[in-house]
Design a protein around this ligand. Structure first.
Ligand code: SF4
Length: 258
């Protein structure tokens, strides 16, 4: 952890933390379970944010996919593009019966490209899909389940060694396809939590991920929902330009609120 981040965390521990009422539903049970294990004010603050987001947006039911392989395919396709573009591509792959790693590996690359053209950088992404499928075939006899059953740290290292798989994609796969705890960081996470004064905007991906994983219990359901809630806020209200702070459920606790 950088010195700047340590300073920031220390400063936060000096702040008063608002206790929020519990909301009904899954968010409340997560709060209850984790508050017991909370190891400090940073944890309480993170859970406070979680509860406010959950009360506002509800259960996000993320990741929208029928199989782990569909999650993997979606995680590669969503790189640098909005999810709605991915939905179009997934629908076309489903129509063709190509929504599996084996089918993608066996299909001529031009035809894969044609299906995923809505995701931008589609030529590169078609290559990434086929490279990933080839790795699963070569190292796991085509069985993605075997790969996903690796312990999280080992799985992460294997994923990061595949061409075209960066940390965010790897963590998406670990969390949403393998159902193992690995906190996912994206542009929205960086923007929102730096505006909240909890982290430096220039912190590295690994520093940001370590921050969440140090202060939150390694719980798949919590990580799953939290990342999805962050994305909901970043997509709808905490916009890059002109954030809609008056509508934001975090407005009362945000030092950057306009
Ligand atoms: S109050 Fe504004 S700046 Fe702060 S998290 Fe909400 S939308 Fe973003």
């Amino acid at each position: 952890m950088s010195e700047q981040m340590r300073t920031r965390e220390y400063a936060m521990s000096e702040q008063a933390v608002t206790t929020v009422g519990r909301v009904a539903g899954r968010g409340a049970s997560v709060q209850k379970r984790h508050t017991r294990r909370a190891n400090g004010i940073v944890t309480t603050r993170l859970l406070d944010i979680y509860e406010r987001l959950f009360a506002h947006y509800g259960d996000r039911r993320w990741w929208p996919a029928d199989t782990p392989e569909e999650v993997i395919i979606g995680a590669i396709l969503v790189q640098n593009v909005a999810w709605k573009n991915v939905e179009t591509a997934i629908a076309r792959l489903r129509e063709k019966g190509w929504l599996s790693l084996r089918a993608l590996r066996e299909t001529p690359i031009e035809e894969v490209e044609e299906c995923i053209v809505s995701t931008l950088y589609y030529r590169m992404k078609a290559r990434k899909l086929q490279a990933f499928a080839a790795m699963v075939e070569a190292e796991f006899a085509g069985d993605a389940g075997l790969m996903l059953a690796l312990p999280a740290d080992e799985l992460r290292a294997r994923l990061l060694a595949v061409w075209g798989i960066g940390p965010e994609t790897a963590d998406d796969i670990i969390l949403y396809a393998a159902n193992q705890p690995s906190f996912v960081i994206d542009t929205y996470t960086r923007r929102i939590f730096s505006r909240l004064g909890l982290m430096e905007e220039k912190a590295t991906y690994d520093e940001l991920r370590a921050f969440f994983m140090r202060h939150l219990t390694a719980d798949v359901a919590l990580y799953n929902q939290y990342h999805a809630l962050i994305d909901a806020l970043g997509h709808s209200l905490c916009l890059k330009k002109r954030p809609r702070c008056r509508e934001c459920p975090l407005c009362a606790m945000c030092p950057s609120a306009e």
